[in-house]
Write a protein that binds this ligand. Structure first.
Ligand code: HEM
Length: 498
């Protein structure tokens, strides 16, 4: 147990160090972008509430699209317009392609050996190449098409049953469970039950990880205070790391012992195959496999499901848009059968709905933090090495100088427009852009489009508990995946011939 005397001495020493650093930073402030005035030691940390993307959007309206802030010891630039985002993610992409120290990833993701939080360099480049070519290629994504069809079909069946019983359903829970099942089948080759993982259950641990990893952590902003673990987060990270590590070890062992001949190789098979064939051009062992498994699991499980949840919420609030989408699907697919992935080509209104929903509700509103690897000048502003760069995609999607009536859901705004969401047009970047952009974009978009089309085509929907569409609560819970604060409860009515 740490003595009280020692605790106070450490805090006093930390305070003196940070105070001296404040004085030093004040001198260096010249040439930095404008930003809110900071307090001694904590800087601007007090300005961040439960939904930091919304707080930062308001601040940027006052201080500008390239805004300087300081979170404890860490200087940060908040980017809130398409033009500014283009400079950071395209013009100077290489300078800003690293990730900062992140205590959660340090403990949970094998000392940041994962792709998501790996620092820019040869190791990260090799890991990214491996994931893009071996795990997330079009060929690999297509090989899981039958699995996706089967799992979405099971969801339709259970909703059909609820419809014939006239029962209401928790659509958020149903979609999230489908996301978990599809991820497990693709990554591990089988579904895992809650009890296989930890007493708390599979999805709960994943959601806890995504939440705690995104929380403002004093250990990230005040390295000296990190050792004291005042928020208890380090303990939580270590406990989560143990749960994941045991789980991944068990799965890898099961794969190594299995004699089953699989037609479609899952991600564990592919990566263990690379280790066994000794063909890897870089250091790649069991620890790296586990780090990638963690990435794939955390990145895929809730992201697409949450995007569908938001799109369904907006369609329920806008019945005329729901009807237009049903009409488009009816013309393409007819009312005699459910949607196949091969139907998705050329569904213009579906694409417009997905874009509009991702504009208003980007799943990762602050993306993942980037870090500058050298000093750089942007718009005459001086950006120091090791500055944290936060791209506020949420603010970009609601920038009134780019989007007329930005708060209103109008899919038609994308009709006859060439704005795409794949990272080429900085007005709409839900998957990021440049070197660190999302390598799972094709898979994510496929799942979102397919599942959304299926739900809208197979059912008419009503909000449960007599809630009027205009009264639906749209509050958010911030995290690396930002989802609805309340679950979406609905009553489905099956609309197909059989
Ligand atoms: C609708 C679904 C998804 C959305 C909206 C989304 C969005 C994003 C965003 C905004 C980033 C950060 C970009 C940056 O920091 O510049 C990211 C990174 C990443 N995403 Fe996704 N994502 C989705 C689905 C997926 C899926 C299905 C996978 C994999 C199975 C995946 C894997 C990753 C990985 C590994 C990174 C880190 C890349 C790196 O740092 O090099 N994502 N994603």
């Amino acid at each position: 147990m740490m003595s009280v005397h020692w605790l106070w001495s450490t805090l006093a020493l930390a305070a003196v160090c940070y105070f001296l650093q404040d004085l030093f930073l004040m001198k260096k402030r010249k040439g930095l972008p404008p930003g809110p005035k900071g307090l001694p030691i904590i800087g601007n940390l007090h300005l961040l509430g439960k939904n930091p993307h919304q707080d930062l959007e308001k601040l940027a309206r006052k201080h500008g699209p390239i805004m300087y802030m300081r979170f404890g010891y860490v200087p940060a630039i908040i980017v809130s317009s398409p033009e500014a985002a283009e400079k950071f993610l395209k013009t100077y992409d290489q300078v800003f392609a690293s990730r900062p120290y992140h205590e959660a990833s340090w403990y949970i993701a094998y000392e940041q050996r994962n792709l998501t939080f790996g620092q820019y360099g040869p190791y990260w480049r090799n890991m990214r190449k491996l994931c893009v070519l071996q795990l997330l290629s079009s060929h690999k994504i297509n090989s899981f098409l039958p699995m996706r069809g089967e799992e979405v079909g099971k969801l339709v069946k259970s909703l059909k049953q609820a419809a014939s019983d006239g029962a209401s359903v928790d659509l958020s829970a149903a979609i999230s469970s489908l996301g978990a099942d599809m991820s497990c089948l693709m990554i591990f080759g089988k579904k895992y039950m809650d009890k296989d993982f930890d007493d708390r259950g599979f999805r709960e641990v994943i959601q806890e990880s995504l939440h705690v990893a995104a929380l403002p952590n004093l250990g990230d902003y005040f390295p000296l205070l990190g050792v004291l673990d005042l928020q208890g987060l380090t303990r939580q990270f270590k406990a989560l790391a143990k749960v994941f590590d045991n789980f991944f070890d068990k799965i890898i062992d099961e794969h190594l012992e299995s004699k089953e001949h699989k037609q479609t190789k899952d991600f564990v098979d592919i990566m263990m195959g690379i280790i066994q064939s000794e063909t890897s051009e870089f250091d790649f062992d069991r620890r790296h496999v586990k780090a990638i498994l963690l990435d794939m699991l955390l990145a895929s499980m809730d992201s697409s499901a949450t995007a569908v949840e938001w799109a369904m919420s907006e369609l329920l609030r806008h019945p005329e848009a729901m009807q237009k989408l049903q009409k488009e699907l009816e013309e393409k697919v007819g009312l005699k059968r459910i949607v196949e992935e091969s139907d998705l080509e050329g569904l213009e209104y579906l694409d417009m709905v997905v874009k509009e929903s991702m504009r208003l509700h980007p799943v990762g509103p602050l993306m993942l933090p980037h870090e500058s690897m050298e000093d750089c000048k942007i718009d005459d502003f001086h950006i120091q090495k090791n500055t944290r760069i936060i791209i506020n995609v949420y603010a970009i999607g609601r920038d009134p100088s780019v989007w007329p009536d930005p708060e209103i859901f109008v899919p038609e705004r994308f009709r006859d427009s060439n704005i795409d969401l794949r990272g080429q047009d900085f007005r709409l970047i839900p998957f990021g852009s440049g070197r660190r952009s999302c390598p799972g974009m094709q898979l994510g978009l496929t799942v979102v489009r397919f599942l959304l089309a299926q739900l809208v085509h197979c059912f008419n929907w009503e909000l449960a508990d007599n809630i009027k569409p205009s009264d639906l609560d749209m509050s958010e819970v911030f995290g690396f995946v930002t989802s609805r604060a309340t679950h979406l409860r609905v009553i489905p009515a099956y609309r197909l011939a059989k």
